[in-house]
Design a protein around this ligand. Sequence first.
Ligand SMILES: Cc1ncc(COP(=O)(O)O)c(C=O)c1O
Length: 404
Amino acid sequence: MYKELTIAQRTIMTPGPVEAHPAVLQAMTNRILGQFDPNFLAIMDEVKEMIKQPFGTKNKEAFAIDGTSRAGLEAALIALIEPGDKVLIPAYGRFAFLLGEICERAQAQVKYVEKEWTAPFAPAEVIKEIDAFQPKIVAMVHGETANGQMQPLAEIGQYCRAKDIFFVVDMVATYGGVALSVDDWCVDLAIAGTQKCLSVPSGLSLVTYNERVEAVLNARYQKELGLSKTDRNKRHIMSNYLDLSQLQRYWNTERINHHTEATSMIYALHEGLRMLLNEGLDAAYQRHLTNEGALVAGLEAMGLSIYGEKATKMPTVTPIFIPEGVDGEAVREEMLHSFGVEIASSFGDLKGKIWRIGNMGYSSRKENILHVLAALEGALLYQQAPISAGKALIAALNYYQKTT
Ligand SMILES: Cc1ncc(COP(=O)(O)O)c(C=O)c1O
């Protein structure tokens, strides 16, 4: 006999996954509907419209893909790439390399432009590289979760549009937490996820794209052989599962029988979007900013330093230098096991140098900010780290008092 699951009580303050909203978990317990049930199709239609709002777009197309955020990134990039196509990847953090990896596997000719991870690119730096490389696609990350920096996109997007280059942007870590403007920034194809500022479990990815991309999808459309022996296409997209040209026809009136939809996840997505849109996007963005301000005030009062350029820091991720002589992993373990609070380490050159605290979605709440500060201070004092004791919570509470 196997025992029932016992799930620990946690305050999740990583940059994803974050705590799912209780209403989202509740929505997932609804009964299953068939994927072509009119009741379910009406939910899909509403979800399509809801997805567009945090993206800041009037695009006709926006829908969910089954699979974590990288499924959306892969679907997006392979929809545009044909072998030998040139893709420019300006990289100021880890996730740009994921974009590049996907492009390389799709046999694109990839050029990385690299820089220190402490700040994003000045748009002129990227524009210079575009002129030199003449790519078909520029792919970038809006918010780099690994180092907490955020790229200004408008100038680069407008330049790409003027040169007829596709601009593809990973908005996984900012969607729902930061104001986005896909249309004004001339982003042709944008991708987001569910497990961050939407407070929905991991497992879906969101995409939106404009008519420029739609035209490519129409030119590359191939219907699955079991559904049609005639809709063949020499330029078809390399994946069947992550084929936007077929997925678009599943999410629209044609309703081709592509995959068996994860209906419970779509209920969760609907509820996550509903909670966000009912709160109001501006109110949600302000909540993230206020909680970020209190978190940073508390950390600095403790004597800790924030990593990276302040002006371009993401409100949803706060990277902190691990103080000299402190064992960063021992502190994280103490926080998890004694306080039930989870924070994240980082990747690449930053591994062992910084911790990252997430401030996203349902986890972006005053009590969570106070819990994470208390747990971090406790774990650091337990290791006899040289910090200013007893100041962090007061600084955070004073910050809330001043701003709310
Ligand atoms: C900016 C960014 N892009 C992509 C991903 C990949 O997302 P997933 O793990 O959901 O596939 C992440 C995950 O943390 C991310 O932060």
